[in-house]
Design a protein around this ligand. Structure first.
Ligand code: SIN
Length: 289
């Protein structure tokens, strides 16, 4: 399997949090402009570990955006308005009275767009006393552990991602969260669909990753939903095998950045009666191939 070339780090230390993916990076102060060498090392660790965490960061919204912009241009999340005065940052909030959470199922972000995001960044502002962790899963491993027969069958396939499917699978969570916070954007969910290769080649690492997800992928191009369902169901279960995952226990002031091109994430909703507030920034991606 192709692995990114090993790089010796001089400005950061990297502590993996699981066998499959995820690493805490220590050293950088993101409130300061990053030297090119430091950014190159963070970027290398991001490609290698798929999701990185930088803790104890005391950042203004502009400093958070400046760090995100080192990875690429910022794009808006289509269904929720940006924070007042800070275009590019979305507030992901669950209050003491809310029961549904945002992102509470395995997914890669907004794959119903023709160019889904490269990555997404989350900055923890307020956390419950316990719970509210986020799970991540490695889609390179999910692909590499399939049989050669399954890989050959999936190779030519494309799958349709639909924005309305996720809202249904979350029990209308996204629409209700947008309504609860009064920050919904009037986007017609039926209009947002795109098809992408079921197996994509990561544009930076050259590695192959499974690129369907249970939140958005509705069927294979050229097949009905009924015909597609058994294979999709098998793949959704395979992709979330515990050994492909890591779990991050948030700390206030932690920044996470995940690679949407080769990982999935799942926000746990196990903190009823408590508040959780995250600032989220989305980074532009390319057309999956
Ligand atoms: C998301 O899916 O973007 C939210 C993840 C989280 O809140 O942990």
């Amino acid at each position: 399997m192709d692995q990114p070339v090993a790089m010796a780090y001089e400005t950061i230390t990297v502590e993996p949090i699981a066998g499959a993916l995820g690493a805490v990076i220590r050293g950088p102060d993101l409130s300061q402009p990053l030297e090119q060498q430091c950014f190159a090392e963070i970027h290398d660790a991001f490609l290698k570990h798929l999701v990185i965490f930088l803790e104890d960061q005391d950042l203004t919204p502009d400093q958070l955006l400046a760090f995100a912009k080192r990875f690429g241009p910022i794009v808006n999340y289509p269904f929720v308005k940006d924070m007042d005065g800070h275009p590019g940052i979305t507030e992901i909030i669950k209050t003491e009275n809310d029961t549904l959470n945002f992102g509470g199922l395995w997914h890669s972000d907004t794959t119903y767009l023709p160019k889904p995001p490269l990555g997404s960044m989350l900055y923890a502002r307020e956390l419950p006393p316990r719970g509210g962790d986020t799970l991540f899963a490695n889609m390179y491993l999910a692909y590499e552990t399939l049989s050669e027969g399954m890989k050959a069958m999936l190779a030519p396939l494309r799958a349709v991602s639909s924005a309305s499917l996720r809202d249904k699978s979350e029990g209308g969570a996204r629409s209700r969260i947008a309504a609860q916070t009064g920050r919904g954007q009037n986007v017609d969910q039926r209009d947002m669909a795109a098809d992408h290769p079921v197996v994509r080649t990561h544009p930076e690492t050259g590695r192959m990753a499974l690129y369907i997800n249970c939140a958005h992928s509705s069927h294979f191009v050229g097949m009905t939903q009924e015909e597609s369902r058994p294979i999709l169901q098998f793949l959704f279960e395979h992709m979330s095998r515990p050994e492909f995952t890591c779990r991050y226990r948030w700390k206030v002031d932690a920044v996470a950045l995940w690679d949407n091109r080769c990982s999935h994430h799942y926000a746990l909703n196990d903190y009823q009666g408590y508040r959780r507030l995250m600032h989220r920034v989305t980074i532009e991606g390319d057309t999956p191939v």
